[in-house]
Write a protein that binds this ligand. Sequence first.
Ligand code: SF4
Length: 378
Amino acid sequence: MSWGLYLHVPFCLAKCAYCDFVSYPYTQVEAGRYLWALRREILLHLAAGELPQTTPDTVFIGGGTPTILPDRQLTDLVRELAVRFRWPEWAEVTVEANPGTIDRRKLAGLRKAGVNRLSIGMQAAHPKNLSTLGRRHTYEDVVEAVQAARDTGFTNLNLDLIFGMPGQTVDEWRATIALACSLEPEHIAAYSLEIPEGTRLFRLVERNELEPCPEERELEMYQLLRQNLARHGYRQYEISNFARAGFECRHNIRYWQNGNYLGLGPAAHSHFNGRRWSNCCRIERYAAALEAGELPLAEDEQLDRRTQMGETMFMGLRMRWGVYLPAFRERFGTDARVAYRDEIRRLSERGLVELAGPYLRLTETGLPVANLVFIEFL
Ligand code: SF4
């Protein structure tokens, strides 16, 4: 069985204005407690004997900001994971990094420890946009980070971008795309900004101190992104993800194919064959459970077959090639075209999905309104 490994490192320099991820300001003491608990979690999983006999072939160390950990702590962690989980040499091993938390030394250590993909949080190029997001770095820091990554042998780089933020103009977004492309990453992920309740940005919008980006402008930015990245040789393979040929993120494709993965660390989610569970979010609870010798579970559920089928449909439709119908049939013993006859008919009539050989996929019309398609399968 093929599966992936995700590790959540819940520390950051400071909280960004739009962030509702589980992340805390980094302190040595908290990081020490977290790493101790994480090691216990790994050992408990391995001792339970519930993991597949096979080894993971994609690894994603995300956060938070994993690269906020000091050089030695971070490389020791990657090495320990590699020893415990024995992934093959050809595995895709990604680490998320933020500009300002990496230098040549840290990156060289990561390369040596087997990390072969780096995902850098660029988000925007214009200082005004970065300030709206509450990011602590500049575009120049991103240039430096990319240069350091290239110098230390990384040949698979992703840049994360955000568009549709309050006050952002289409020209600023155009410039961000151009500057991102000028750095020649192999992969670009670009998401429209969500402003979750409880965040600093949410409060500013609520008090009318910032105006959310109008929907039409956001759509214009999305289409601009697609056109410009296509011109630069990036193929769109998912709603928000673009890659040069052969550099699609295998770990994320696993999520969209509703595949199997183990998540470690606070707030991490796991999924194996319809069983889905998540870890508790707060570090204290996470660490306390492991100190007591228990897995730090917050939720644990066995999904029924219909739910698994629906999730496989709507997550698969995120990818440009869509849902591979023979694989769906093999997995669930039924043809998606029969199980979802009415939904597919309704969506086809509206021009939002289409059959393309053995795939069911979003049309060009369906792509920008994908959420309308997804709710049909919920
Ligand atoms: S770097 Fe990422 S995880 Fe950390 S605060 Fe900013 S958005 Fe949140």
